[in-house]
Design a protein around this ligand. Structure first.
Ligand code: HMG
Ligand code: MG
Length: 283
């Protein structure tokens, strides 16, 4: 019998690179995405269409998407905080868009200068446009485990937000441990409630490795039925204010763990080595 599949959603070119202080030339981002396109990922998050004041590193999203050599079978995704971002992302050729809300008020205010409810209001026109265009829309829940401002996040807040985002029309909700504070225990407690709001097929795990537990958290979420995991090539990312702090969970580590659990990821590790070399050069 063929193996059960799991999907690794490569987010390094967006979530990883957005944290790099040095302005990375568009050509290097494009070369990284092209290398990743050969690895067997079905989704690569390539850019953000957010305020360039908020995240200067992502200001060249249109150039990056225009420069990428499209690989068959790969959807190139972009983060879109509002309708303006959605329109820019689609004009640039993004196949999939992603909205993002926080399960905590403190991070919502800091990240998008709005309450959680206000941020959801901004997504309504994005969702409507995506539906009209037939564009898949993904959604993130940030601070699904803990918030740098508000402390531990009540799992019920995550479940409520998952419901709202699915009601908006998100095809998948990615649960973000934004600050990498999660442990298998806290992740399981969060997922128990999230899974009351959505079946595992509609959820993804997005773990940052700040606390060094991200791979274990992937395994815990996998055990609870999730089959989609976000990861960044070479563990790109980290906090711009904490040199050396780990970023998103490393793609290779996630692939190896999922494969060890008996799941097929379709990711070619030899080709991934090429992309890792690019990522290391950029960093
Ligand atoms: P605001 O200040 O409340 O609203 O920003 P605004 O509408 O007044 O816009 C402010 C400025 O941004 C204006 O320009 C707008 O024109 C411009 P200014 O007058 O100052 O020159 N602007 C835009 N520019 C380009 N594209 C747009 C856009 N919209 C407005 N789409 C806003 C609200 C949401 C725009 C802002 O706070 C923002 O862009 N925040 C994004 C922050 C961000 O990208 N954070 C990182 C991604 S989230 C993340 O990493 C978590 C995740 O990985 C999951 C996890 O780990 O949890 C996804
Ligand atoms: Mg993230």
């Amino acid at each position: 019998p063929s193996k059960e599949r799991a999907r690794v959603y490569e987010v390094g070119p967006r979530d990883g690179l957005q944290n790099e202080k040095r302005m990375i030339p568009s050509a290097q981002k494009i070369a990284l995405i092209d290398a990743l396109s050969a690895c067997g990922f079905e989704r690569i998050e390539a850019a953000s269409f957010v305020s360039p004041r908020a995240v200067p590193q992502m200001a060249d999203g249109a150039e990056v998407l225009a420069g990428v050599t499209r690989a068959p079978g790969v959807l190139y995704a972009a983060l879109t905080p509002n309708l303006r971002g959605y329109q820019a992302a689609r004009a640039a050729g993004a196949d999939e868009v992603a909205v993002f809300a926080s399960a905590s008020e403190g991070f919502s205010r800091a990240n998008v200068n709005a309450s959680v409810a206000e941020s959801l209001e901004r997504f309504a026109p994005v969702a409507e446009a995506a539906r009209a265009d037939g564009a898949p829309m993904r959604a993130y829940v940030s601070c699904a485990v803990a918030c740098p401002f508000d402390g531990p996040t009540p799992p019920a807040a995550v479940a409520r937000l998952v419901e709202s985002l699915l009601a908006l029309g998100a095809r998948e909700v990615s649960l973000g441990d934004t600050i990498g504070a999660g442990t298998p225990e806290t992740v399981r407690a969060m997922l128990r409630e999230a899974l009351e709001a959505a079946p595992p097929e509609l959820l993804a795990g997005h773990f940052h490795d700040t606390g060094g537990r991200a791979v274990e958290n992937v395994a815990a979420a996998c055990d609870m039925g999730l089959r989609v995991f976000d990861a960044a090539v070479a563990g790109l990312g980290g906090c711009p204010f904490a040199p050396g702090a780990p970023g998103n969970v490393d793609t290779r580590a996630v692939v190896l763990r999922l494969e060890a659990l008996g799941l097929a990821t379709g990711v070619n590790l030899d080709r991934l080595a090429e992309a890792e070399a690019q990522a290391t050069r950029i960093r």
